[in-house]
Design a protein around this ligand. Sequence first.
Ligand SMILES: [Zn+2]
Length: 873
Amino acid sequence: MINIANPNLKLMRKIFALSIASVLIFSLICSAEAQNIKTPEEFFGFRPGTDRKVFNYEKLVDYLKLLEQSSPRVKLAQIGQSPLGKPMYVVCISSGENIRNLDKLKEINRQLALNPDLSAETVQNMAEEGKVFVLATLSMHSTEVAPSQSLPLIAYSLATTDDPGKLKCLDNVVYMAVPCHNPDGMDMVIENYLKYLGTEFEGSSLPRVYHKYAGHDNNRDFISLTQEDTRAIDGLYSREWFPQVMVEKHQMGSGGVRYFIPPPHDPIAENIDAGIWNWVGVFGSNMMKDMTADGLKGISQNYLFDDYWPGSTETCIWKNVIGFLTEAASVHVASPIYCEENELETGGKGLSEYKKSINFPEPWTGGWWRLGDIVNYEISSTYSIIGTAAANKTAVLKFRNFMCRNEVNKGKTKAPYYYILPAAQHDRSEFVSLVNLLIEHGISTYRLQNDILVSGQAIAAGSIVIPLAQPFRSLIKEIMEKQKYPVRHYTPDGEVMKPYDIASWSLPLHRGVSCLEVDSLIPDLVSGMTLVKEPFRLSKPVPDNYSAACFPVNNNESFKAVFMARARGLEVNRTAKGDFVIKRDGGKNPKLDSIINLMVVSPEFLPQGTVITANPVKIARIALVETFMHDMDAGWTRFVFDSYSVPYKIVHPGEFEKTDFIKDFDLVIFPDNEKSILMEGKYESDGQTYPTSYPPEYTKGIGKKGMVKLMDFFNQGGRILSWGGSAELFSGLLSVKAGDTTREFRLPVRDISKRLAKEGLFCPGSLVRMDLVPGNPLTAGMPLSTGIFFRGDPVFATSIPNFDMDRRVIGKFPEDNILLSGYCEKPEKLADKSVMVWLKKGKGQLVLYGFSPQFRASTQATYKLLFNPLLLP
Ligand SMILES: [Zn+2]
């Protein structure tokens, strides 16, 4: 252990730069406190980071509980639970005094974060009394095991150190780590790794998504907050703890730089204040300096990872947190890899060659790369962050309140001043759920008590007003406005920096909720508004003597009522307009009443004796096709279906041959996937085919026989829905059985997106406009025009069919004004092209979508296009 007499804050970073060495030898040191606490080696039976040795989530939590019992510096708090029901925690490590004062320190955090009216003197006092809370979220992506595996070493070291420099840091910082952001996935991946350890498939991929639903997309959920683990972590920085600094810890590919640290690369989000970026730069610069001083090589910044999109854990930067990510080069879970020096390469933004550069000052030169190496980088980077936070404690805390005042002030002096959600909405259930989501984000929303005029436009009582003069102003603006991608070029007039991820997330547009941006101040608005409390609902009491409830087809929630009612054995009828009528089942606490009580919008209650013309609704028996290959779009489909109580069975591609579709199902759904994965269980890229990293029992595709079976089901009256890349399954020659032989056919549709891309169309994931045909059962409850989440392909061209086939264009791009939100090059190439098509062959029906109607559970505007086909007569 390094002993430095009378350390001061300037020395602190130097001390932490040496801390790697101190951690490596900590088990040899016996401080007074350490004598009573089991070391990680003693507890786990190996030093975390040892080749091929890993512990699971329960073991990790057990160790942290042991530390909590043994050390006054450690406090564990439950923050929620995972989607599969595992308890989730944050572990706080700080001086014993800070841990005893946590409640008081949290209150200081809250005041600094949310109170714009503190006097300068109060802010100064709070900054002196308060501590910097550094939140670290570990291993949300479960194959990226090192951050969680390194935590016991960090926690033990901090809990037991008697090093004066470290103790001084613990006086100034509360390190709060989420031991694992994704406990379900951690246990799945560890179990799978240990299952194949020592076999030829050691290090193979987990044959499913490493989460109940979202898989890798769990890092895209921090606007929609659909998943329980997302909400648990968002709550830490939106409503409960208000840390000032946040790092999310990841791993990346194996063949390039060893470690990415902040700052990120362009483009960066326009709505984030310069002060946030500047502090991110300070933490990043110190990490580069400290980690290099620790002897760690291959560290790069300003590289690959841009920062223009919200949705990751780092969405906290829109809530004034100094937030960033780190990314370590991966091994095969816990098995080491060897890299030849000339195999190492880069290609991302900011680093064109794997060569010494200003943002990559000391390249790693290859060799063995092990879990233990990543663990060392994790320890070093963590201590650097804590050291920077401690050394800048007062400034960081004052900055947090500056950001609060600054954002509130911007909201008072710069347009837009308000967003208004009018009370009259096409889908009132989405209107209500949007308001509740905003409240969950820590945003204050208000309800108008009286009708008002805004810029000559009448706004009715009951409308929702969201003022921008709030501490989280930048988030409000980001998620309420239409997105305009921050276009930046590598050189003047040169190539555009392409988006890393999607380019649109506007909540009103994605949900089909109309929203008004108000660019002028309305002086007496505040007096006529009341704060909306969670949960917001538009419900009225269920009357005693109604005969039936009518659920309007415009509301997504009505479909939920239908699926729930059918699951409970209630009869559901559908009117010609598409509304759903459910008769009351009578008795005390009847089934229908209990469903109504779950709805955020009340249905229309029909009095006794009402005569309605309607036809009974039957829900299709659904086969949902999910591959074993981290099938995130299928996972999101399961999530949406489970949320709406839609019944379904999973069928894997390899099971097609033995599945009796005609007997067991009415409808088969293919979420977005690649044709080669579905048909053969292989990846295809640039005309080359690649095997996957799964054991062979998980890679069987549909195959030719399976496809004939599916086409027979189709021909004989089966229904198929297919979107995104999966639509390609139905292009080219197909065949059905004809007696003892097969008969070939070609559906009257083809994908023309490759041609459009050659002509310059580029759409990375934006909201574009689609016009719908009215009067078709597939479009019931939809407006005539809607936003769809589109990623450039497929785009359809239909043709005049032969024999027993037919087609109808259900949705097409308009002539102009195609792009609604996001980024698109040459959108005019899409003009008048088809993007949703209904096809018929024999008695069967097929719906092809050029978009995912349920993309990441964030495109509620198009959910009805998915639900309607499930209820076709
Ligand atoms: Zn990751």
